[in-house]
Design a protein around this ligand. Structure first.
Ligand code: NI
Length: 128
């Protein structure tokens, strides 16, 4: 038996409850970790910047709304209940005509803009 005496009481993590805690766009918030990976929720609206992640794939899971991810050779459209894994090194640009709420899964330390920098780069490792 694991020693539970120092553990916190188990509690579920509710996406809607976590999403109700913020309103800003393009600013991912960490809600959980699994080994070296983080689960981040984010709200987006409008256009992002072209970027890639040289060292890792990036998973998008749409919780609400319609997300389009543009690639240099096409696009994929995801609605609530759908997901897509962007392979590492592939340039992509998320776009949301109306607000989209989604869950991202990626390793700790990955910046939202890859190595592009600029004013759209969000502060990393913000928990909510
Ligand atoms: Ni990305």
């Amino acid at each position: 038996m694991p020693d539970m005496t120092k553990s916190k009481k188990p509690a579920s993590i509710n996406f809607d409850q976590k999403l109700s805690l913020f309103t800003d766009h393009w600013s991912p918030k960490v809600i959980a970790e699994m080994n070296d990976y983080q689960f981040k929720i984010v709200k987006i609206k409008g256009d992002f910047v072209w970027h890639d992640h040289a060292d890792t794939d990036e998973t998008f899971i749409v919780l609400e709304g319609i997300l389009r991810i543009d690639f240099r050779d096409g696009a994929v459209t995801l609605k609530e209940g759908e997901m897509y894994v962007v392979p590492k090194g592939v340039e992509h640009k998320p776009y949301a005509e109306n607000e989209v709420k989604m869950l991202l899964i990626e390793p700790k330390g990955v910046l939202n803009t890859g190595h592009e920098g600029g004013d759209r780069t969000a502060v990393n490792d913000v928990w909510i």
